[in-house]
Design a protein around this ligand. Structure first.
Ligand code: KG4
Ligand code: ZN
Length: 363
């Protein structure tokens, strides 16, 4: 079964064809990072407008790279939640129109849940120009997923496809959001996670002691205190008080101070994620552990989790951790085995619904 996936929930316009929920046939990602970097973050109106320009060419290219015509496509899958409303509307409108015109079943996909399914891609077409290093096998259930993106930080236990339990989540900022905000404070470019991952190896990770949040539920997270503590440490280091404009702090830091802050923040953020994932593993003893979402591309997180987890862990390639449509088409295959497609005339976007509230989720 070949599924065309479409993703446009934030700042990437992506389209992809995946076969049987495991074989990647094409992966087109049109990133708007360069456009938004000038503003230090995603500007929703610009994102929506850019999706309109990019979406049809992305879909055409995804079909072409997969050597598919519309006759070869068995279904269409599209991100309908969560994300920026204007961005979601562009992808869903394109998908709905194509589903009607080409007479294909349409599956609405939850973006955060789909991130986890990047880990189910284990094969790829040999004709792809860029070959990826993929996991050797699909993760087994019960599967513990550490989901770490720009908008979400969650620990979820998957008993089966569509059957999962939310163990804990962030009570304030998502970890990716904290990476992005701290990068801004210390003057590193958007997206902050990538910049901090690059700067941290040149810094001293013990230069500045930063706090780890303590929460009642051991699987919950909180990153806003860490972000504020980093800001206070920067102010202290530069001899400025809280009345000094925070956007002027970055310009006063030397490169080595900047690297030290990146390394110190990253150490605590990554340790927090790994502490909780390892605790959940030891408490629940799942058959597999996966990480998912943009922050799963972090070198430091990958290294530390592998070191401290008592079982072997395989990672999806970094290109499939940040936003893409491969994960959308992959999850749709498992959904298609279990639920009916949606009515393309009635599909609505849901900018903030949790994955545990989606139609096929059993909790
Ligand atoms: O999953 P994603 O691409 O978009 C959302 O669904 O939010 O995640 C984006 C987040 C951003 O906060 C970005 O800074 C972070 O992922 N990120 C990273 C890395 N690459 C992207 N964080 C740490 N290390 C990276 N290499
Ligand atoms: Zn994402």
């Amino acid at each position: 079964m070949k599924i065309l996936g479409i993703e446009s929930s934030c700042d990437e316009t992506a389209a992809s064809v995946v076969e049987d929920g495991t074989r990647l046939l094409s992966n087109v990602i049109n990133s708007q990072i360069d456009i938004h970097a000038a503003y230090g973050g995603v500007v929703p109106e610009i994102a929506a407008r850019s999706h309109i320009e990019a979406i049809n060419p992305a879909i055409e290219q995804a079909l072409k790279e997969a050597n598919c015509t519309w006759d070869d496509i068995d279904a269409i899958a599209v991100t309908y939640a969560p994300g920026l409303i204007g961005s979601l509307l562009v992808g869903t409108l394109a998908a709905r129109t194509l589903a009607i015109l080409k007479n294909k079943p349409l599956y609405p996909i939850h973006h955060v849940e789909a991130h986890v399914y990047a880990n189910f891609v284990t094969q790829q077409s040999p004709t792809l120009a860029q070959q990826l290093t993929l996991p050797s096998s699909q993760p087994a259930f019960p599967m513990l997923a550490l989901i770490v993106s720009g908008g979400h930080t969650q620990l979820v236990l998957f008993r089966d496809h569509g059957d999962y339990e939310l163990l804990g989540q962030t009570q304030d900022d998502a970890v990716g959001e904290a990476f992005d905000k701290v990068a801004k404070i210390i003057g590193l470019p958007y997206p902050g996670g990538v910049s901090i991952d690059r700067a941290a190896p040149d810094g001293n990770r013990n230069a500045f002691p930063l706090p780890k949040a303590k929460l009642q539920n051991p699987y919950d997270f909180s990153f806003s205190g860490l972000k504020t503590a980093t800001l206070r440490a920067v102010q202290r280091e530069l001899g400025k008080d809280i009345t000094f404009p925070s956007h002027e702090l970055a310009g006063l830091l030397s490169e080595s101070q900047r690297n030290d802050f990146a390394a110190s923040f990253q150490r605590v953020a990554v340790e927090t994620l790994v502490d909780k994932a390892v605790k959940a593993y030891n408490d629940l003893l799942p058959a597999s552990v996966v990480i998912a979402g943009g922050v799963a591309a972090s070198d430091a997180l990958r290294r530390e989790l592998k070191e401290r987890l008592p079982i072997d862990i395989e990672y999806a390639p970094m290109k499939l951790c940040t936003d893409n449509a491969v994960m959308i088409a992959t999850l749709a295959y498992y959904k298609a085995q279990r639920v009916e497609p949606c009515d393309p005339y009635a599909l609505e976007v849901m900018p903030s619904i949790s994955m545990t509230k989606t139609a096929w989720a059993k909790e």
